[in-house]
Design a protein around this ligand. Structure first.
Ligand SMILES: Cc1ncc(C[n+]2csc(CCOP(=O)(O)OP(=O)(O)O)c2C)c(N)n1
Ligand SMILES: [Mg+2]
Length: 422
């Protein structure tokens, strides 16, 4: 007899009192990412000489209504001054990414994960925060930290190979750039929950990648945040890849925003290359968090235009065609087109933004070419309260090597001085 033929097969049924506690529909993300840029009627787009749509959606009809939909709800539409700030910041961000990548080739940075293509997310995240709010970035979010006003050299400390992450997290309200995936999320929730208990007027924005959503820490953070209604917003930058792993191999969920529903918090989907839309959605979600409305999960659909880092070769796992399609939906060009279309940007303003970005890049280059004041002996500091015998042995070995090197250099210098006096 097979199992199927058993007469008294157990059929699971919900207990009589069970009922869903939360209505799922309001938590569900819209089918299409929320967009603002390029969502004016097609005739207006054509009159302005613009191609319509991004790589994921050639259908512009679905984008218009979405702009009026609920996804930007609560977030104020940026005014002209904010639009210009967003523009100047993405132009600077693009140049910053290029400069940081160049510094890896010059041996001044150990590694750099470029956020080229993700400038809209990075900049909108920084500009959506109020002074007292906190940002919890990952290793790819250097630009968000810089756009928040941190010193770029300090932000790049870790990527330079320093043991210290470079800036004062308490003063700047930016947590260290986090390399272990998603481990920043429980920290972000903890800080948000503590702030709420203390009655502090603080909202927290935690950034994570699409790959990071597969981590246990992502689950724990969202569950805790939802149960305790912590004032935190999770922004997933879905850039298509976790190193070489494409999203399709990362998850079978309809979208990453859908994951929110299982925890009982709203999931929102936004075009991550649309700086205005990201800013609007994040501003609304942060305000909701600040005023006791609880956490939100926002998925920004974007694309990593460069390789994972300068040490990766992306041509091994994706096609040029795919990259080109996304280049046509470039966040910097998209914002520039929109602002020009609205008459908010003229040649002089564009030149001004580019010149400011160039000056900032030159300053970064000059400061990063100065030797970092590092002492190799610091390798052994702050590892254990009581160094292990192996570490002590290695420390003595390094000390002896450094001393030998110094003596050799002194001898060369002494010899050269002797030559000169002869
Ligand atoms: C806990 C942990 N596991 C593995 C890694 C190695 N790792 C570094 S980056 C990365 C991919 C992350 O992809 P995603 O979260 O999409 O972020 P992205 O790099 O695309 O910004 C992996 C697996 C890590 N840093 N931490
Ligand atoms: Mg990714």
């Amino acid at each position: 007899m097979t199992v199927l033929e058993q007469p008294d097969t157990y059929t699971p049924a919900p207990p009589p009192s069970w009922r869903p506690r939360t209505e799922a529909a309001p938590l569900l993300p819209d089918a299409e990412p929320y967009r603002v840029l390029g969502t004016r009627p097609a005739e207006a787009e054509e009159a302005a000489g613009r191609p319509a749509g991004g790589p994921s959606s050639g259908d512009t009809s679905s984008r218009g209504p979405s702009a009026e939909g609920r996804q930007g709800d609560g977030g104020a539409r940026p005014d002209a001054a904010l639009l210009r700030r967003l523009y100047a910041a993405v132009v600077h961000g693009r140049r910053f990414n290029e400069q940081a990548t160049a510094l890896t080739r010059q041996g001044r940075l150990a590694v750099y994960p470029s956020s080229r293509g993700q400038e809209a997310c990075q900049v909108a995240a920084a500009l959506a925060l109020r002074e007292h709010d906190w940002l919890f970035p990952s290793y790819r979010d250097t630009l968000a930290a810089v756009a928040r006003g941190l010193d770029p050299v300090e932000v790049l400390s870790l990527l330079r190979g320093d043991w210290h992450h470079g800036y004062d997290a308490h003063r700047t309200r930016v947590a260290p750039l986090c390399t272990p995936l998603a481990t920043q999320l429980p920290h972000a929730v903890g800080l948000a929950h503590a702030a709420r208990l203390k009655g502090d007027d603080v909202a927290v924005l935690a950034l994570v990648g699409d790959g990071g959503t597969s981590e246990g820490d992502f689950h724990e953070a969202l569950n805790f945040a939802a149960v305790w209604q912590a004032p935190v917003v999770f922004l997933v930058q879905n850039n298509g890849f976790a190193i070489s792993v494409p999203l399709a191999k990362q998850t079978a969920a309809p979208s990453l925003a859908h994951k929110a529903v299982g925890y009982g918090l709203p999931g929102r989907l936004v075009d991550g290359n649309d700086a205005v839309a990201v800013h609007e959605v994040l501003t609304g979600a942060l305000e909701r968090a600040r005023t006791g409305g609880g956490p939100t999960l926002v998925e920004a659909v974007t694309y990593r235009l460069e390789a994972h880092t300068n040490a990766d070769d992306a041509t091994r796992y994706r096609t040029d065609g795919e990259v080109e399609a996304w280049r046509a939906h470039d966040p910097v060009a998209l914002l520039e087109r929109e602002l020009r279309g609205r008459g908010l940007l003229d040649e002089a303003t564009v030149r001004e933004a580019e010149e400011a970005a160039e000056r900032q890049a030159a300053d970064l280059r000059a400061r990063m070419h100065q030797e970092a004041p590092t002492d190799p002996m610091e390798l052994f500091a702050h590892v254990y309260a009581e160094p292990t015998p192996q570490l002590r042995e290695q420390r003595e070995q390094l000390r002896a090597e450094l001393e030998a090197e110094r003596s050799a250099q002194d001898a060369v210098r002494g010899g050269a001085a002797g030559e000169e006096t002869r």
